[in-house]
Design a protein around this ligand. Structure first.
Ligand SMILES: *[C@@H]1O[C@H](CO)[C@@H](O)[C@H](O)[C@H]1NC(C)=O
Ligand SMILES: *[C@@H]1O[C@H](CO)[C@@H](O)[C@H](O)[C@H]1NC(C)=O
Ligand SMILES: *[C@@H]1O[C@H](CO)[C@@H](O)[C@H](O)[C@H]1NC(C)=O
Length: 460
């Protein structure tokens, strides 16, 4: 396999750097073989796994359990606008089927291989492992997902008890979800948290649409679809990273643990994904048995692969991706404006793709340089595990104050105050005026159709 890689690199990229890196990996691999002679249980603990699952990270990793009211003297919160990603869900059909077939076969291969380095406990757990999710229920919200949303609502209500009153009133509240099971169930769980499970029947929802212009604006942006989402170049960095030493090490580690030499990076990626889902689903149980094929470094390598993919597809990689989030920002300014006749509390139940694009629109979690396949070892603030976990939420809270500053805005991400670029960095509140000035240009000139229109000359 290493030989193949060397040949491949020689063909497509005669870089000394690469050859050196591959040679180095080989060295490291043979050095650590001795350590693995005896079967041994993985030393990986829940806290080594959960915070590194990228967009499959359960919300409990990032939740803020401090639910004290957030008060500022002379001010009272009167409006809130929030976008919330659905909670922990089932995998896609593709991953469900991959788990059943590929991991099912690998399970048998591991269990029948007398050379295995997995310890007896792990083998026993693997023997019991089955993947029971039905493809018909792809991406459905799981019970952990319901709990995430319900608990989030309860804490938000404790923080803003006068604004988020515990009796449903259609003039005060506006809830909307996209046309998917997982956001619908997320809305129901959240409203159960606010009003009690037995009181959610009367809630009025607007008609859910698949391509909602505010909740899921990118689904309407043909230019983004063509230039970014369906553009193979978007995935250059993440694909390239799959051939870097960090991933080669991770695959070799799995090969040594299982003593199955033909496991590929693709197989390892699927193991990481299923390790993530199965761990996210159950807060009280042991992490997924598939996680025991990783160590603290190798799990971070796959996390970085995901960070790269999301950076280029949904984040800062291409300008149009975050610019078009003006569609959501415009809606936010309309809803928190104290003079508008909108409901006081607006909650949108939506998707990862929306949250990431909005965060990037705001200029948050932006590293000095674009993220590339070379940056694994560097510090970075673009960490999807922290900024885009399941049930990730962003909220703008308007405070009306008895002072000369006019209305003020508090921004919360994952339930914690954050300070936006252009706003004071020494306090949580930013005046609505400053906030508008900071984002005005993009919002007032938010010509979504123009931005997303495919011009004729682009088509060639
Ligand atoms: C590895 O090779 C064996 C023998 O050819 C095959 O049966 C098995 O499915 C392969 N495993 C993987 C993970 O590709
Ligand atoms: C709703 O918003 C209006 C206008 O901003 C405000 O006067 C009113 O007090 C708010 N209601 C609640 C319950 O905060
Ligand atoms: C706000 O005003 C517009 C225009 O007058 C009206 O169509 C809309 O129903 C009002 N919305 C609410 C929530 O009162």
């Amino acid at each position: 396999m290493i030989k193949c890689l060397v040949h491949l690199f020689l063909l497509i990229d005669i870089g000394c750097f690469v050859l050196h890196a591959v040679a180095k990996t080989e060295q490291v691999a043979s050095d650590s073989v001795d350590l693995l002679l005896e079967p041994r249980c993985s030393q990986l603990k829940r806290h080594d796994i959960e915070p590194h699952l990228s967009t499959k990270t359960p919300y409990r990793v990032v939740a803020n359990l401090d639910d004290k009211p957030i008060t500022y003297s002379e001010c009272r919160p009167t409006r809130i606008w929030s976008v919330i990603r659905h909670g922990t869900r089932n995998p896609s059909k593709e991953h469900i089927e991959g788990a059943k077939s590929k991991l099912g076969r690998l399970k048998e291969e591991i269990l029948t291989n007398p050379q295995t380095k997995l310890c007896p406990e792990e083998l026993a757990r693997l023997r019991r492992w089955r993947f029971d999710v039905n493809s018909e229920e792809e991406k459905y919200l799981t019970s952990e997902g319901e709990q995430e949303l319900e608990e989030l609502a309860e804490r938000m209500q404790k923080r803003f008890p006068n604004l988020l009153v515990d009796e449903y009133d259609p003039n005060l509240y506006y809830f909307k979800y996209t046309k998917t099971q997982r956001t619908l169930k997320s809305a129901e769980s959240f409203t159960s948290g606010l009003f009690g499970r037995e009181n959610i029947a009367p809630i009025e929802y607007p008609e859910a649409v698949h391509k909602d212009p505010v909740l899921r604006f990118y689904k309407l942006c043909n230019k983004w679809k063509i230039d970014v989402d369906k553009n193979p170049r978007t995935f250059d960095n993440s694909e390239r990273f799959l051939r870097e030493p960090e991933i080669i090490d991770a695959v070799n580690y799995i090969r040594r643990r299982t003593q199955i030499q033909n496991i590929t990076a693709e197989d390892a990626k699927l193991m990481y994904t299923i390790c993530g889902f199965e761990t996210a689903w159950y807060r009280g149980q042991e992490p997924s048995v598939w996680c025991s094929l990783f160590n603290p470094d190798t799990i971070k390598a796959f996390e970085f692969f995901e960070d790269l993919e999301y950076f280029w597809n949904d984040g800062y990689g291409y300008e149009i991706t975050h610019r078009m989030a003006c569609a959501a920002m415009k809606n936010m300014f309309e809803h928190i404006d104290p003079n508008s006749n909108k409901s006081n509390a607006t909650f949108y139940f939506t998707h990862s793709g929306t949250l990431l694009k909005v965060l990037a629109h705001l200029g948050l979690y932006k590293d000095a340089e674009p993220l590339t396949y070379r940056d694994f070892g560097r510090e970075r603030v673009w960490r999807t595990s922290l900024i885009d976990a399941f049930a990730t939420n962003l909220a703008f809270v308007l405070y009306e104050c008895n002072n000369e500053n006019g209305p003020m805005v508090l921004t919360l991400h994952q339930e914690r105050p954050i300070r936006l670029p252009g706003c004071p960095q020494d306090q949580d509140l930013c005046s609505l005026k400053t906030l508008k000035e900071q984002y005005e240009q993009h919002v007032s000139s938010c010509d979504f159709d123009e931005l997303c229109h495919i011009h004729r000359h682009d088509e060639n």
